[in-house]
Design a protein around this ligand. Structure first.
Ligand code: A2P
Length: 282
């Protein structure tokens, strides 16, 4: 869990992150972050929209691990549509987390409803990005990236960006592989982070995954996560259950063969995922 990828800007990022989407604020978030760090995770992923930054920050502060040994990501929400709004949102996230800097700050969605029919995503993202870039310059953020962006959203952003995004965080799991945008990321040196790498739990009963797991004496969750790693992605499994938090970090004694990877590559679209954001339309 201390292994790292090197981002396009030279910063190192731990290859597995602890996801906190749908983790309730309060003791649950604080304790699960503490459990994760105890289990060896060094990378925590949150967002303003998850409404748990305060508790995640407490977990970080009470983990017993020094801040500079941890990698922390948060995200700007859809209601932020101006430069000034983004400047304030960055400071608000830092204050809630109780941190002087975050390692990675992402634009959460490319084309949120408030600006879709008004200024459009090009201007909104360019303005928010400028605020993120300035925060990098003054040391409040180390790296900046995007989430849920399609190639055309990134192409538009690159027209005005001074700093290119180093990460695109996407809903990627064996049943939803996002081939086009993942290929675009590879071509542009943008790391794919996989949120909901277990399909929010939905993919764990897919028979082919279960069969591979049984063969290795591992769990289907571990197989899905290792597939993500062996594809070169950065999985962000979420759990509030201590045993699962540990299990999801025990991936390094498992090696999937090329044939097994090919089998899992073939699972795209095998099940209907209950929370597939692609179906929300943007
Ligand atoms: P819980 O948080 O109650 O432990 P994803 O990371 O794809 O969003 O998936 C998160 C969901 O999968 C949560 O409901 C989580 O439950 C569940 N989950 C996480 N890890 C495991 C695991 N190792 N085995 C079974 N279910 C898991």
């Amino acid at each position: 869990l201390t292994d790292t990828y090197t981002l396009a800007n030279g910063e190192k990022i731990p290859v597995v992150g602890f996801g906190t989407w749908q983790t309730p604020d309060g003791d649950v978030a604080e304790q699960s972050v503490i459990e994760a760090i105890k289990a060896g995770y060094r990378h925590i992923d949150t967002a303003a929209a998850y409404k748990n930054e305060v508790s995640v920050g407490r977990g970080i502060a009470n983990s017993g691990v020094a801040r500079d040994k941890l990698y922390v990501t948060t995200k700007i929400w859809n209601d932020i549509v101006t430069y000034e709004g983004a400047v304030a949102a960055i400071d608000e996230s830092l204050a809630k987390l109780g941190l002087t800097y975050v390692d990675l700050f992402l634009i959460h969605w490319p084309n949120p409803a408030p600006t879709r029919e008004t200024i459009g995503y090009e201007k909104r993202n360019a303005d928010v990005w400028r605020a993120l870039e300035e925060a990098v310059t003054v040391g409040k953020i180390k790296s900046i990236g995007v989430s849920n962006f399609r190639p055309h959203h990134i192409d538009a952003l690159l027209k005005t960006a001074k700093i290119a995004p180093v990460v695109n965080q996407l809903y990627v799991n064996p049943s939803d592989q996002q081939e086009e945008v993942v290929a675009y990321g590879k071509a542009h040196n943008i790391l794919t982070e996989a949120y909901s790498p277990l399909g929010t739990g939905d993919v764990l009963s897919v028979p082919a995954l279960v069969a591979i797991a049984e063969k290795h004496g591992k769990s289907p969750a571990q197989v899905a996560l290792k597939w993500s790693l062996q594809k070169g992605y950065l999985p962000l499994p979420k759990s509030v259950t201590p045993a699962r938090i540990v299990e999801n970090g025990e991936l390094f004694d498992l090696d999937l063969s090329a044939e097994e990877i090919a089998t899992i590559d073939g699972l795209h679209g095998t099940i209907r995922l209950t929370s597939n954001p692609d179906e929300t339309g943007f």
